[in-house]
Design a binder for this molecule. Structure first.
Ligand SMILES: [Zn+2]
Length: 504
């Protein structure tokens, strides 16, 4: 079996078995592409988010945070272009039932005879048909037997207000003899009135609140506004577990800078972001920067880098660091009538050559996906180690070598046996850690070997074992997850060992 899909299966299985990620609504058969983060997943996710926030906000004088609403004024999405362009023409394959983007499908001359397998399966009856007028075939099964192109809404639409507008709509059209087109038009008008959208990205709030944030904090350009939160997109293709799902979490920052300095800042931020990912990785060589080709750039973007990770299915995106020019602020200024600009009293205006320059800042945007980062660190951490035990039997140790700062538990406190005052002593040690704000697991079930194996598998960096000697002289054994080596130290030394891994 190919090692790559195998690794993905192992991660998915470990996530469920140990409580990192569950299928949403599983007892009802699950909801496609929705996932719930379990007791360990929520800790890992929070730790990643916290490390990002620490690096992007706490450790900088020129970046502040916000937490904006998921639902925003509909005009925001009109101005940003999401309402018009966030729909792609899609096609359904009548043979394999997959849905795909017309512009990404393999092209063939109309009339070319295409062979494909019925139902898109590996084996089966081979059919043959000519390519239609559209000039493309299904990217999944190669069939030219396709539906017409249709527009799909990629933003999640809901209604705001307690009254369902469809009631009024039915009142008005009831008994009228309308054509299909007229009916559609009226229905659209009614649903537009109360339509609200779930944000497809967190970025727009930073543009819309630019002035409020700048004025309340007296921020001087260059400065950034950071935000973490959920975003929603009706993705055409949901794939690779939590890699691409309709509901996801972002960690974005808009960095406002003086026009003309954007290239410098783009270089700065792409390097900062790469360093951040590598700092928590076992395999930093699996992260790379890729500059976008001119034809890949969004029309408002002057340059963009993708930070890519080598997933089991190949190199794919992890974060985009884009130079967005002054496009967003200008669009929102135009649409809202509010001047979204910055005045620098000390700079010379290049147009007038006089001191005092009012300009619309340029923007560099490092846009990371939190849930995607979580998958990438799980893949990076997963290792299987084979060894031979005392009886000559081969055994495999599964270990999640998560960075201690990301690990759900920083240490496990394990009484060797469930008697002789050991569990009480373990609780006492756990409390010492918890008083210091360190999340530990106090775990007394199963044999010590099974507990070591479990904590290796969930990435706990240290196992601290309480035994008879602990009660006699206050010493414990500390087992290192990565080397499995044990050392006997005092309780205070054990606490220092753990804390040393968590400080910078
Ligand atoms: Zn197909």
């Amino acid at each position: 079996m190919d090692a790559a899909p195998d690794l993905m299966n192992k991660i998915v299985s470990l996530c469920k078995r140990r409580g990192f990620v569950f299928q949403s609504s599983e007892i009802y058969g699950g909801l496609k592409s929705s996932y719930d983060y379990g007791p360990l997943g929520v800790e890992l996710k929070r730790n990643i988010a916290q490390e990002w926030w620490r690096n992007m906000v706490y450790e900088r004088d020129n970046v502040v945070g916000i937490d904006a609403s998921i639902m925003m004024h509909t005009d925001v999405w009109k101005a940003s272009g999401h309402l018009a362009s966030f729909s792609d023409p899609l096609v359904d394959c009548k043979n394999c039932k997959e849905r795909f983007r017309a512009d990404k499908a393999p092209k063939h001359e109309p009339g070319t005879m295409m062979k494909y397998v019925q139902g898109g399966k590996a084996k089966g009856e081979v059919l043959e048909k000519p390519v239609g007028e559209c000039g493309y075939v299904c990217p999944h099964c190669g069939s030219p037997d396709l539906s017409d192109e249709r527009e799909f809404r990629c933003m999640f639409r809901t209604t705001m207000g307690p009254v369902d507008p469809l009631g009024d709509f039915v009142e008005e059209v009831h008994g009228q003899d309308l054509s299909k087109e007229e009916f559609k038009k009226k229905l659209a008008a009614y649903s537009e009135q109360s339509a609200a959208y779930l944000r497809p990205e967190t970025a727009q709030a930073m543009f819309v609140q630019f002035l409020n944030v700048q004025q309340t904090t007296s921020a001087k350009v260059p400065f950034g506004i950071a935000q973490q939160g959920k975003s929603f997109r009706n993705e055409i293709i949901v794939e690779h577990f939590i890699f691409r799902s309709c509901e996801f979490e972002q960690m974005e920052m808009e960095f406002f800078c003086e026009p003309g300095t954007e290239d410098e800042w783009l270089t700065y931020w792409k390097n900062e972001r790469m360093d951040w990912y590598k700092a928590y990785a076992n395999n930093p060589e699996k992260f790379r920067l890729r500059a976008h080709e001119a034809d890949e750039l969004a029309h408002y973007s002057s340059a963009c880098y993708d930070i890519e990770y080598e997933y089991p299915w190949g190199w794919d995106e992890l974060e985009g660091v884009a130079s967005r020019t002054d496009y967003d602020l200008k669009k929102h200024a135009e649409a809202s009538g509010t001047k979204l600009s910055y005045f620098d009293p000390n700079k010379v205006d290049p147009k007038t050559n006089k001191k005092g320059w009012r300009y619309v800042p340029y923007v560099i945007e490092p846009a990371a996906g939190l849930t995607r980062t979580l998958l990438c660190y799980l893949l990076d951490a997963y290792q299987e180690e084979s060894s031979v035990d005392a009886k000559g039997k081969e055994k495999t140790r599964v270990v999640l070598k998560l960075h201690p700062k990301l690990a759900p538990f920083k240490a496990a406190i394990l009484p060797l046996v469930k008697k002789d005052g050991q569990p009480e002593k373990a609780k006492e040690i756990s409390k010492k850690f918890r008083d210091l704000g360190v999340n530990v697991s106090c775990d007394e079930n199963q044999s010590i070997g099974k507990r070591y194996a479990k904590h290796d598998e969930i990435g706990t960096p240290f196992c601290i074992t309480v035994d008879n000697e602990t009660l006699e002289n206050g010493s414990v054994t500390v087992r290192d997850r990565d080397t499995t080596e044990q050392q006997r130290v005092s309780i205070d030394e054990a606490i220092s060992l753990v804390q040393a891994k968590l400080s910078r």
